[in-house]
Design a protein around this ligand. Sequence first.
Ligand code: G16
Length: 543
Amino acid sequence: MNVRIISTQPFLDQKPGTSGLRKKVAVFRQPHYLENFVQSIFDSIAAPQGATLALGGDGRYYNRTAIQIILKMAAANGFGRVLVGKGGILSTPAASCVIRKYQTFGGIILSASHNPGGPDGDFGIKFNSGNGGPATETVTEAIFARSKAIGEYRILDAPDVALDEIGETMLGAMRVQVIDAVSDYAGLMESLFDFAAIRNLLAGGFQMKFDAMHAVTGPYAQEIFTNRLGAPAGSVANAVPLEDFGGGHPDPNLTYAHDLVEALYGADAPDFGAASDGDGDRNMILGRRFFVTPSDSLAVIAANATLVPGYRKGVAGIARSMPTSAAADRVAQALNIPCFETPTGWKFFGNLMDAGKVTLCGEESFGTGSDHVREKDGLWAVLFWLNILAARKQSVESIVREHWAKYGRNVYSRHDYEGLPTEAAQGVIQHLKGCFTDLAGVRLGQYTVKFCDDFSYTDPVDGSVSKGQGIRIIFTDGSRIVFRLSGTGTEGATLRVYLEAYEADTSRHHLDAQVALADLIRIALQVSELELRAGRDKPTVIT
Ligand code: G16
């Protein structure tokens, strides 16, 4: 089999965003587009000859084609072995688990996460390092720099490899091993959680519904909830992964997981509901007629961690992304452990976990996880909640309300303005940056501005600095408004407005977040001139 060296021209738009390169499928299908990016990864990561790579994706449209291309390029670039999920499928947390368990040099994950799939949908690719986590900014910047200078790529002239059965095939001198990642991942979960207690809970009439949204977690959820934990048939909905997610938007939030939300808020609602996203790293937690914000979920998990066998020894520290509410900070303070505030993006947690500084991490964007892998992990979060519920024998709502009564409530909401013209969205951010000096000390409604800034982070482990990570308006009572442009969209710009107010008074804890935050929402619109500059009078998604 011959290695072909193909001449190519750089594409100038291959800058990885919050989590890898995400583009429309049509962009990836342009001749040489995927190949250029993959060669840029291989040229940047300096893998030794014969190294092992993990490879898999969320099964969306174009996954199979891309996997075959990457395998042939890996063979032509001197890799000795590639571990591929059966059918070319690996959930993102399972990919992280595989990289760590088999100690591979790293892995390539194909996913556009919660973005819609299909021929007109989105596709994505990212490199994860040997710790199992998304490559750091230093690596992604090197990949981007290489993509702008690339002149050729290497690919093996070979037939496609069969990926639908567990087994091994040689591709030139490279071994392709198709593995059962579902069993590797389920085994890891079983080592962390009290499966016997959860099995008893489910056997005792407790009803759960997990919505896999026709995305990657279906087979993992069936294996864990149905086969290993004995959940009754029907507990896992939409369990068959489809290339276009059944035409849906596989984003587990109140807007897109509407079937699940209707079930949990309807008559005869189950006790517990949860959903995961396209690639299985996000989660949404619901109780009967009760939504747990991702920020509160992190705080409750941290406060109850010692109820779970894998965390019985306690938590070394917690990390949250800057826009995530400070609910977890209050738990950290009570436990006398550090809490780190990082920029948005799971990649910023890797160093902290590797250094043993944190055990639990979470983001407002429906991401929660721990140092068991180096990705956020949807099913892990669901199992954590089930384990807490099995141990405490209370409803989701009463656990959260007790938590608020003890720590106070960080009332929280995020308003997304999707698909804005890029210039208009950047205009809002520029305008806000120009207001910092004028806003300091100003009284706005019941709030007084303490300070405003553009968040900058210095990694406490390697000293790297990440600037321009979001506009913060912080008020004297700790309430906040944050404005940020999303780094994961593929069409125009998405402006995110994050709102948070601290409420210690339990008599106000029942208030709907939109009601409790009404003043802050008004101030956010007034200060940003969002309606005028972006031409929108309401957000597209509220979570
Ligand atoms: C990715 C990142 C997360 C981030 C989220 C939202 O998640 O891994 O760390 O919080 O995007 O990012 P943004 O606000 O820039 O759109 P996922 O699930 O899309 O991989």
